[in-house]
Design a binder for this molecule. Structure first.
Ligand SMILES: *Cc1c(COP(=O)(O)O)cnc(C)c1O
Length: 491
């Protein structure tokens, strides 16, 4: 399998090289040249690891079966995800796929627990002995998941940039206490888009890459612009579908819809790729918070990022420039790299692009909606009252949008909802939604209160965070991101 650029500006490469590079030098993202068909008869019986092995083999054909098996064993063992890897919970008429049982309590672990193995093997295969410097822009959850995945991995250095006032207390604390001699965490006075833009422009800066090369270093990315991040996310849509069959909700072959709380469009893109591979997904419902640029794009066929940016209770979705929409758009313009490149160039320079043709292609299966904080809070309270199930604020956005979709369309197809974070990661917003008084409570007090109220277990990755030493203290202006990278890399 070869990987090509969404902008038609690079030669096809093997998976390992796409993963090492992170994104296409000079702009654009790597996508598989085709989508293999995959729909096993025994899907409902396949354990997560077996499914992972099969799907990764389809796309990583420059890795041996034994290498893939080792990666899968190292990432998806039961102690790493507990009590299960991706349990499907049937509650209140919903089918909630809990993707946050990994070490950092967010769905990013599903990919970032395996990605370091993908990357180190790819570096080995490439035969060079350079140090890989991973640049990460995070809206909160990618940062910690990437730090945990890559800390103390030989031959790797990782630098994480996050918006100083744009993540939750617990998210920030999780990152700042990270150990490991190869980890760097930097607060940026700006928002997530500022961080992501700066990182992308470093990738596009060939002069800087040449200087890195002289020092024996090379950049890569752990954001979902990296194919190695997206690929493992395809697995859990198959797994979730299989669980729906196993639980008797559907028969093998029946169509379902999926609803995904969306920021950078990576998670929902993985669902689209699963659909292309033959998983019977009828509608993909893209759920946004008050930063509803995708809702409008999907409805109108015009991506216009020129708008106010809002900080919400679902910070991991506070994004106006959704990187992976480029990969989706590439498919919707029938893989025309010139058209796709022009559109995303326009988005960067003029702030918008329009494509009626792309819209025509997606409107038969892509749906969108948004829910503000208040609507999300209502969804949290309702499901708690009716079924004693606690949603985090991101998943609550999805549940609210799913409900509105069903009311609007009357579509009764069962919906698989991606649940992206543990409620314990955002205890203040969750407790407030449940009508609780949170005044005077510190992070630990909030966790305790949520635990006492709901009688659910605190996510083990979040216990004792306040006892740990803060190890990272850097805070910079957004204009200084490139300079900071240079300093850390000794350039
Ligand atoms: C990252 C994240 C999202 C958004 O996922 P994308 O792949 O960026 O669309 C949603 N919810 C949570 C909790 C996240 O961490």
């Amino acid at each position: 399998m070869q990987y090509i650029s969404t902008r038609g500006n690079y030669q096809p490469v093997k998976a390992g090289e796409a993963i090492c590079l992170g994104m296409v030098p000079g702009g654009g993202l790597f996508v598989p040249e085709s989508f293999p068909s995959f729909f096993p008869q025994d899907l409902a019986d396949l354990p997560y690891r077996d499914l992972a092995q099969k799907i990764l083999e389809l796309y990583l054909d420059d890795y041996t079966q034994a290498e893939i098996s080792e990666m899968v064993e190292n990432a998806y063992y039961s102690g790493n995800f507990s009590p299960a890897i991706a349990p499907l919970v049937k509650t209140g008429g919903h089918h909630i796929l809990e993707l946050w049982h990994g070490p950092t309590a967010a769905f990013k672990d599903m990919a970032l627990q395996i990605m370091p193995y993908e990357l180190t093997l790819a570096v080995e295969k490439s035969g060079h002995s350079k140090e890989t410097v991973i640049l990460v822009a995070t809206s909160g959850d990618t940062g910690k998941a990437a730090l945990e995945g890559f800390k103390d991995v030989l031959g790797i250095r990782i630098i994480v940039f996050y918006p100083a006032e744009g993540v939750s207390n617990i998210q920030e604390r999780q990152m700042l206490v990270t150990e490991g001699s190869n980890t760097h965490v930097v607060a940026v006075e700006g928002n997530f888009d500022d961080c992501q833009n700066a990182v992308k422009s470093i990738f596009a800066n060939q002069g800087l890459q040449a200087e890195m090369d002289k020092k024996g270093k090379v950049f890569s990315s752990a954001n979902s612009i990296n194919w190695g991040r997206l690929l493992p996310q395809i697995i859990y849509y198959y797994f979730g579908y299989g669980q729906m069959v196993a639980q008797g909700t559907i028969k093998a072959g029946d169509a379902i819809n999926v609803c995904v709380p969306t920021g950078n469009f990576g998670n929902i893109l993985a669902a689209y790729y699963a659909k292309r591979m033959g998983l019977p997904l009828k509608k993909l419902v893209c759920a946004s918070n008050k930063n509803k640029v995708l809702t409008e794009t999907i409805e109108k066929g015009v991506y216009d990022r020129r708008r106010d940016f809002y900080k919400t209770n679902s910070p991991s979705m506070d994004i106006l420039i959704s990187s992976n929409f480029e990969r989706f758009f590439f498919e919707m313009v029938e893989r025309d790299g010139v058209v796709c490149g022009q559109a995303f160039h326009d988005l960067q320079s003029r702030g918008l692009f329009a494509s009626p043709k792309a819209k025509e292609n997606w409107q038969e299966f892509l749906e969108a909606g948004f829910a503000d904080d208040e609507t999300g809070a209502k969804a949290i309270l309702e499901l708690w009252k009716s079924d004693k199930y606690v949603l985090d604020p991101h998943t609550a956005v999805a549940i609210a949008v799913e409900k509105a979709y069903k009311e609007r369309t009357g579509d009764e197809t069962p919906v698989l909802t991606a649940s992206t974070a543990s409620p314990y990661k955002f205890p203040e917003a969750v407790l407030k939604a449940l009508g609780q008084d949170v005044s005077g409570l510190d992070d630990n007090g909030l966790l305790q209160k949520l635990h006492e109220l709901t009688k659910t277990a605190v996510h083990p990755g979040l216990i004792g965070l306040d006892q740990k030493e803060i190890r990272h203290h850097k805070r910079i202006k957004k204009a200084d991101i490139a300079q900071t990278v240079k300093e850390i890399c000794g350039i």
